[in-house]
Structures are given as C-alpha cells and as structure tokens.
Design a protein around this ligand. Structure first.
Ligand SMILES: C[S@@+](CC[C@H](N)C(=O)[O-])C[C@H]1O[C@@H](n2cnc3c(N)ncnc32)[C@H](O)[C@@H]1O
Length: 203
C-alpha cells in the first residue's frame, strides 16, 4: 500500500464519517411530499458565477437536482441540462417545471454506472448535496473525470465535528485540493447559516 494511498484513505474515511448525516431516500421523499423544502429559498441565479467562469453555453450535469430549479434556470439560458436525484417525487416535479431538461432518478452513490449523455460536461453543479454523500472521494473522482469546464459546489459550512447538513470546511478542502484548482470561493450567509460557493476546475 503506497503512502499516498494511505493518506488519501485516512482523509476520505475521516471526512466521510464525520461529515455525513445519514438521510435515507425515504426521508427525502417525505420532505418533498410534504413540501418541506427550506433549502429552495437560496437563490438559483448563477449569473455572477457563470460570468466568472466565462461559460455561456454547453452541457450541464445538475447533481442532486431536487425539483430542478437550477436546471430550469440553466436550461432557460440555452444550456443542455441533465439532472439526477434519487427522490422520485422531486424528479416528477422537476420534469414538470423543466420539460426541456433531461432528469433521471438515480442514486449518486452509484454515479459510476449512470448512463451519462455526454463524455464531459461544461458545468457540473452540486448545490447542497455533498454533505449527504457517503463516499465523497469516489464522488469527487467521478466528477473530476466528467468535467471539462467548471464544477460549481455550494454547501453549508460548519467548523465543529458534529454531523449536520453542512460539511467541515477544512476536511472538504483537503478533498477538493487533491483533485481541483479552486478558481473562486465566496462565503455567503443565509439568514443565520454560513455557506460557501466554490468554482473549481480540473487539476
Ligand atoms: C438540500 S437538497 C438540494 C436540492 C437542489 N440541489 C437545490 O439546491 O435545491 C439535497 C438533494 O440531494 C438529493 N440526494 C441526497 N442524497 C442523494 C443520493 N445519494 N443520490 C441522489 N440524490 C441524493 C436529495 O433527494 C435532495 O433532493
């Protein structure tokens, strides 16, 4: 076992075990059925981010797309959008709000077997999803392999060790810096929570 592998394994295990809150597919279905979706009040306007990235067209992969608001926003601006989420309820709504998008009900823990429509994507978006992914190393490796443009990652941040809907900034950045260049990082607040938006390119 190489030293590099060992370091990556330990980092990955620590990050996965500490940073993930377990939320079953069923719990997400219930949130969507009851219309309990507070995260949707975050803005879906990516104009500033796209300007910084210098991207105005191409293929988008929206990971954990939920009810598809980001997908619709991007599709309305001419992008060819594919959205993935394992909540059937969310995907049903997403298909209604964006008929021109291509949505699939799929588990992101099994992203390697997803039938990608494109070899590589101009934009890959993860908005408030990574905290719920168990194998973050595998997930980020997959994203890296499918990226030709920018990876936009938005997540709530925390600075303690408790599991929550947010990720620990230090642990996340160790995982990101192994794979991506951080082109931009914006810390934002919403109303009483801190969240961050990273603009990443392949290293
Ligand atoms: C906080 S919501 C964010 C939804 C959307 N990205 C947004 O910003 O409005 C997290 C989403 O991730 C999805 N999700 C969580 N774990 C997943 C997994 N393993 N596979 C697919 N989707 C998952 C949930 O169903 C939910 O729609």
């Amino acid at each position: 076992m190489s030293m590099n592998f060992l370091v990556r394994f330990i980092r990955g295990s620590v990050a996965s075990n500490r940073a993930r809150i377990f939320m079953s597919k069923q719990s997400w279905e219930e949130f969507y059925k009851k219309g309990q979706t507070p995260w949707r009040s975050l803005s879906v306007d990516l104009s500033e981010t796209l300007k910084k990235a210098g991207i105005s067209s191409g293929a988008v992969l929206d990971l954990g797309c939920g009810t598809g608001e980001f997908s619709k926003w991007l599709s309305d601006r001419g992008f060819a959008v594919e959205g993935i989420d394992f909540s059937k309820e969310a995907i049903k709504t997403a298909k209604e709000i964006c008929p021109s998008c291509n949505f699939t009900d799929w588990d992101l823990e099994d992203l390697e077997n997803y039938p990608f429509k494109h070899e590589k994507y101009d934009i890959i978006l993860d908005s408030k999803v990574i905290a719920f992914i168990e194998n973050k190393e595998k997930y980020l490796d997959l994203i890296r392999s499918k990226l030709k443009g920018v990876f936009i990652l938005q997540t709530f941040l925390r600075h303690d060790e408790k599991p929550s809907i947010a990720v620990n900034e230090g642990e996340l950045e160790l995982l990101l810096k192994d794979r991506f260049n951080i082109k931009d990082k914006q810390i934002k607040s919403f109303p009483n929570k801190v969240w961050v938006e990273y603009l990443l390119t392949v290293k």
